[in-house]
Design a protein around this ligand. Structure first.
Ligand SMILES: C[S@@+](CC[C@H](N)C(=O)[O-])C[C@H]1O[C@@H](n2cnc3c(N)ncnc32)[C@H](O)[C@@H]1O
Length: 281
């Protein structure tokens, strides 16, 4: 049975004061993007220097508690790619892939340059060799110019265009957590499908997954179902309360099982998923 820990407060305080016990095998880093969004417990309008100093410190303190070969996925807006790569490099992480998460909704138009349609996920490891990397296979729809069906699917590449963001209105289904009058509980909630891919790719059942800016707890909810332990830190106590509720009373829309068939061409999938651990094999 996987374990989870929800810590309420500033992640840097926990990291600086060594209040995270044990080694971390995988980190999902999805901080506020410093774009002047409304947060009750966090200033989202810091100077660039201040913002990147915090990010650098989080990356540094996280690598210190990561097992050799452990992984980090740092998610950001594409315009911040340079800052992300610098932070990771200067804190000793080795870049493995710069993943493009292509949004399913139409591009955001920008005057005088190309419209924006993706976010980045920088995948890096502690040391040049990943401790775990499971090469997942998926079965995306066949492009219209292809005649022969792919019998065994294809390996996941560094362009992820098959995961729908939760901002895509009703297309996103009922996964987005909403209040009584239908408003989003947290506008930056990540999709379960995104964390499923990251956790399956870069960890084993029984590993520990860390999320220092855990928001609604998507990382913990996904890790738990995939038999990974998890630690999440969230500064806003209302969000922490939501994470507890989300974990205690699992919603159908959070169920990872619906993604199992998507990865069915992956070798040893039951083992990667943690099903064999569950069956005591
Ligand atoms: C982009 S959201 C993360 C969303 C998350 N991936 C999810 O699926 O819900 C960033 C979160 O970090 C929290 N936060 C901001 N500053 C923090 C800090 N110093 N320590 C811990 N959490 C923080 C915010 O309250 C917010 O919920």
């Amino acid at each position: 049975m996987a374990d989870y820990q929800i810590l309420t407060g500033n992640c840097l305080d926990y990291l600086k004061n060594k209040r995270i016990s044990g080694k971390i095998d995988l980190t999902f880093l999805d901080p506020p993007f410093n774009q002047n969004k409304e947060y009750t417990f966090h200033n989202d309008n810091l100077s660039l220097d201040e913002y990147w100093k915090i990010m650098a410190e989080v990356c540094q303190k996280t690598i210190d508690i990561t097992s050799d070969g452990g992984a980090i996925y740092f998610m950001q807006r594409e315009k911040n790619s340079e800052g992300v790569l610098r932070c990771l490099r200067e804190s000793g992480w080795s870049l493995q892939n710069l993943i493009i998460w292509k949004k399913r909704t139409s591009a955001v138009p920008v005057p005088n340059k190309f419209g924006k349609q993706y976010q980045i996920l920088a995948y890096a490891t502690k040391g040049v060799k990943a401790r775990v990397f499971n090469r997942l296979r998926i079965s995306p729809p066949l492009p219209s110019n292809y005649k022969i069906k792919r019998e065994n699917g294809v390996y996941v590449t560094d362009v992820w265009d098959d995961i729908r963001e939760l901002t895509s209105g009703y297309f996103a289904g009922d996964e987005a957590i909403r209040g009584k009058s239908g408003e989003r509980f947290h506008k930056q909630q990540s999709p379960i499908a995104l964390l499923t891919r990251i956790i399956l790719s870069s960890s084993k059942a029984g590993d520990t997954v860390f999320d220092p800016f855990t928001g609604t707890g998507t990382t913990l909810v996904t890790a738990y179902q995939l038999h990974r332990n998890s630690i999440g830190i969230e500064i806003d106590p209302n969000n922490s309360k939501m994470i507890y509720q989300r974990l205690r009373k699992m919603r159908d829309s959070d169920n990872v099982e619906k993604y199992y068939t998507e990865y069915s061409h992956t070798g040893k999938l039951a083992q990667i998923w943690g099903r064999e651990t569950l069956a005591g094999k």
